[in-house]
Structure formats: C-alpha cells, structure tokens
Design a protein around this ligand. Structure first.
Ligand SMILES: Cc1cc2nc3c(=O)[nH]c(=O)nc-3n(C[C@H](O)[C@H](O)[C@H](O)COP(=O)(O)OP(=O)(O)OC[C@H]3O[C@@H](n4cnc5c(N)ncnc54)[C@H](O)[C@@H]3O)c2cc1C
Length: 399
C-alpha cells in the first residue's frame, strides 16, 4: 500500500468524511487517505430519538465504505503515534504513513471506566446511555418500564462532552412519555449534574427551566457520578457544596441514564499535538495547529472552545478546506471559524428549542423567529431534515 499521501486524515467520522468530500469537490486530483479503524459510520445525533422510541437505530448506521468519498484511500487501521517533525503517523498494525498535510479528526473519547462499576453494569440493571449505539434502544425499554413510585436519574459529567444538551434532552422526552401515560408526578425524574446551571445561555436556560417546572423535574447540581452498583441499583455522587467541600451522596434508582466522562483520545493526549488539557491544539479561528503549520484539526478532538457538535463541524469544514488549500498554494489563510455551535434541545415529543450560538455564547439563530420557544417545525428539522442532510449532503461535501 502507498505509504505517502498528499493529505492524510485521521478519523472517518463526521468531520473527517465532510472534510475529505469538500476537498475533493474543490480539487478532484488531490491524493487523500483516511485512517479509520471502524467498519461502521454512525449518525449519533439521532441516538437521543432512538432512546425515546421515535427513531429506528438501524437508520443511524451505514458501512464506512459507503460514506467514503470516491477516490479517497481508506487505511483501515487506528492511528497511534505522531511524529510531526518527520510528517509521520504510526498505526496499531505497525505501519507508518507520511504526509504533506495532516487533518486530525478522531472525535472524543468516552471514559466509561472512570465511573466505578459502570462498565460491568451497562445495558442491564436499569443502567443505560444514549452515548452508545448498542445501548440507545435499551433507554427506551427502561422508559417504557417506569411505574408509579419509580425513580429515574439522568446524569451529566463535569468534563466537556459531545452535544452538551444530550444529557437532558432524553430526560425531557422521558418526562413527556410519563405525562402521556398519566405517570407525571408519580414517577420521580431527577437531573443529577456535575455542572452548576441547566444551560450556559440565559435565553435558552429560561425556557428550559419552564419545562423543568412543568414536568416537576428535580435538579441537583455539583453532583458528579463516581460509582454505580447495578445489582443494588445505587449511584454514588461526589457532591461539592458552596464552600467547595465535597462529600459522597448515594441515590437509589430504578433507571439511570449515564453520560460518561469524556476527554480527547489517549493517543492525542499523549502526543506532541496536544495542548495541556489533551486536545489537538489548533488556532480557534483558522483551525491550523499552533505549532505545526501543516497540521489542522477539526471536530470534537480539538481545543476550540465551542460546543462539540456535528453542527459545529458543518461550519468548521469549509473554513479548514479553504485554509488548507490556501496553504498548499502558498497563500495566507483566508477563512475564520466564529465558534458556531448548535444544540437542538428536544423538550418533549414534537417540541424542540433550537439553540444556536458562537464562541461568545451570543445567539446566532438561523430562522426569523424566536428559536428559544419550543416548536414542532424544529422537531421536524431534527427528526426528518437533518438526518437526510447528513447522509446526502454533509457527508457528500455539499452542505
Ligand atoms: C447521544 C448524542 C447526541 C448528539 N446530538 C447531537 C445533535 O443533536 N446535534 C449535533 O450537531 N451533534 C450531536 N452530537 C454530536 C456529534 O455526533 C459529534 O459532535 C460529531 O460526530 C463530531 O464529529 P467528529 O468527526 O469529531 O467525531 P466522530 O463523528 O465521533 O468521528 C470520529 C471518528 O474517528 C475515528 N477514530 C477514533 N480513534 C481513531 C484512531 N486512533 N485512528 C483513526 N480514527 C480514529 C472513530 O472511529 C470515528 O469514526 C451527538 C452525539 C451523541 C453521542
């Protein structure tokens, strides 16, 4: 196999495939290879809807081969090591690849093991997570099984996560399900979060609080999940009080939806490409690496302080592509990313608040109406339009 490529991309997920597709649309003669170990490609944003029984899990997965742009070389392997001064990447199978330009897009790492007892009990004993293709359908099984007197917990960790809204979206859907089945107020629903607010932007937080009150959801902030005992159906949280003093609090549950602690992938954290926090250290406007000009980063693995979402990737990809092509041509980098991120906050069946904002947490809404109000049209956008756009436009480099 050819060991040198003009452009080498690490990761064939949302960001890697969009970037390759857009590059080839602009310059079909580019020699591009993607290092991607997985045979499958997932549309993760729909897993929230799968967990609520309103989307088919099988429609969230396709073969990696089917989404790779024509002409891209697929290296079916995992990157393990970077030697940026030699323009070299090593892989799990012991191969070495060199490049003229490198795009790093391996996504975020889910650290299930950092919650004691969690890996052993996932998928049974009422313990679930929409952050996994295998588990999202189990979430709906658990929601359907809730009875009067039961307790449902929804957790959110203290680390950055992909789709910051996902820990609570499934909670609103569960509460709406209970409402439809006459169980609201009889089954307890609790948001147990390591964070200190429901949402970082007041305009959307105010509307979310209306839903919290309407559903009678109990909020517990500064509660970080540290341990689960599946058999006993207990969860242990490290709770920090206003003076910063911590103690452990144990809560009983009948169902618990866990969002795992997340970080940059280990092979990034332990590489010369990482910043102090472990993320691919890129300029937040140009997406070019701060130390190695031939390297760019995109998607969940980078240091850019935006909401880690596919929506952000959609705005980052054209910026990266323009800048990379300018670099190849020996010109100044022309494009800048403003930190756009979007969070489609599902607050019930058929109801969605579409939060859109930039690096300064300033709302940057697309539609000519107040998007903080729950709407059916925005729900339809998430359920029908965006999945179609993902497979047919975004991955093809035309949106
Ligand atoms: C439950 C849930 C709900 C979400 N909801 C939304 C939403 O409503 N809206 C939204 O915009 N976003 C949402 N997201 C987030 C969105 O899916 C991600 O932000 C997006 O997929 C990021 O793209 P990425 O390419 O950086 O990472 P990914 O799409 O995760 O792709 C990373 C790729 O890198 C590969 N990889 C990993 N390690 C290596 C390695 N060592 N070598 C080579 N390749 C490697 C992986 O196999 C994977 O294919 C949600 C995510 C989840 C889990």
């Amino acid at each position: 196999m050819q060991q040198h490529h003009q452009i080498l991309i690490i990761g064939g997920g949302n960001a890697g495939i969009s970037t390759a597709a857009q590059l080839l649309r602009k310059r079909p003669a580019l020699d591009i290879a993607i290092i991607e170990p997985s045979e499958k490609h997932y549309y993760q944003p729909a897993w929230t809807l799968v967990g609520a029984g309103t989307f088919d899990i099988n429609d969230t997965v396709r073969s990696e081969a089917s989404v790779l742009p024509k002409g891209v070389h697929w290296i079916k392997d995992a990157a393990t090591r970077f030697e940026p001064d030699q323009h070299k990447v090593s892989t799990a199978s012991g191969q070495e690849y060199t490049y003229d330009y490198l795009v790093v897009a391996p996504g975020i790492q889910l650290n299930w093991h950092l919650v004691k007892g969690l890996p052993e009990t996932l998928g049974k004993n009422g313990v679930t997570s929409n952050y996994s293709f295998e588990l999202a359908p189990y979430t709906y099984e658990l929601i359907k099984g809730l009875k009067a007197g039961d307790k449902a917990l929804f957790t959110s960790p203290g680390t950055p996560v992909k789709c910051g809204g996902a820990p609570q979206k499934i909670m609103y859907l569960a509460a709406d399900y209970l409402r439809k089945h006459g169980l609201l107020g009889k089954t307890s629903v609790e948001f147990v979060s390591a964070g200190s607010v429901i949402f970082g932007i007041k305009k959307y937080a105010d509307e979310l609080m209306k839903k919290v009150n309407e559903y009678g959801i109990q909020l517990h902030f500064k509660h970080d999940l540290v341990e689960i005992n599946g058999a006993a159906k207990t969860a242990v949280f490290k709770v920090t009080d206003t003076e910063g003093i911590t103690k452990l609090v144990t809560k009983q549950f009948d169902m618990i939806h866990v969002v795992p602690p997340q970080s940059a992938p280990d092979f990034i954290r332990n590489s010369p490409l990482a910043n102090a926090a472990g993320w691919v250290d890129v300029n937040k406007a140009t997406l070019q690496h701060t130390l190695y000009p031939r390297i760019f980063g995109i998607g969940d693995a980078t240091s850019t302080p935006n909401a880690k979402t596919g929506a952000a990737v959609r705005k980052q990809a054209p910026v990266l592509v323009k800048n990379l092509l300018a670099l190849i041509d020996g010109e100044p980098l022309p494009a800048t990313y403003n930190g756009y991120g979007s969070c489609p906050l599902v607050v019930g069946y058929g109801k969605l608040i579409l939060a859109e904002f930039d690096y300064d947490n300033k709302p940057t809404e697309t539609f000519p109406f107040d998007q903080s109000k729950p709407r059916w049209t925005m729900w339809a956008l998430k359920k029908y339009v965006l999945p179609w756009m993902y497979w047919n436009r975004i991955l093809k480099g035309t949106a």
